[in-house]
Design a protein around this ligand. Structure first.
Ligand code: IMP
Length: 193
């Protein structure tokens, strides 16, 4: 089976390939010569994942999947959520995003949060969604310098250290993306092996 993953992120591609194994050939956008800037205009993670997957399916007629991730903070009614990458304005300015989040949580005792990844899969026109969640809390200040994005201020449940203080192997073994990808892998195994 061949599936296009609507990304060119090498780390994500490797993670997915490791989980789904040899039975699925996972192609990147570059592998199908797709260089489109697919607008992520939905106001939910699920909506954005579907926009990207539908774009590939409709334009190329290829079975495919796409993901979208956000950090959902309980005391902020689920923000920054779908807007996690551009919470402070500029796309992917992690330092500014973390600063804004810590400021918005000043004085709040409820620091519960979760990372959530949604994967939208389309096979022969049929759509399926998978949700991977890791629960945790927002630290009061940044800790550690591994990882990316909000890792220095996210402490997963049952741990004392932030994602940015963990080895990448440790973080990846419990991450939202890993959990969503595992569900995708299990579904493909059950249905297409
Ligand atoms: P994307 O959908 O994978 O591009 O993720 C959207 C945004 O969520 C990123 O720009 C990061 O700010 C944040 N994010 C996603 N995954 C992680 C993670 O594993 N650690 C920290 N931040 C993340």
């Amino acid at each position: 089976m061949k599936l296009v993953f609507a990304t060119n992120n090498k780390h994500k591609l490797q993670e997915v390939r490791d989980i789904v194994g040899d039975r699925v050939e996972v192609l990147s956008l570059a592998d199908i010569n797709c260089y489109d800037d697919i607008p992520e205009t939905a106001d939910t993670l699920q909506g954005n994942a579907l926009i990207k997957a539908r774009h590939i399916y409709e334009k190329y007629g290829l079975d495919c999947f796409a993901d979208d991730t956000g950090l959902e903070v309980e005391a902020l009614d689920g923000s920054p959520g779908v807007y996690s990458a551009r919470y402070a304005g500029d796309e992917c300015d992690s330092e500014a995003n973390m600063r804004k989040l810590l400021e918005n949580l000043t004085g709040k005792t409820n620091r519960n949060a979760q990372f959530r990844t949604v994967i939208a899969l389309i096979v022969k026109g049929e759509e399926m969604l998978f949700n991977g969640i890791v629960k945790g809390a927002i630290a009061t200040e940044k800790r550690g310098d591994s990882g990316f994005g909000y890792d220095p201020i996210f402490i997963p449940e049952g741990r004392r250290e932030s994602f940015a203080q963990m080895s990448s192997e440790m973080k990846n073994s419990m991450s939202h993306r890993f959990r969503a990808t595992q569900q995708l892998g299990d579904y493909l195994k059950e249905n297409y092996d």
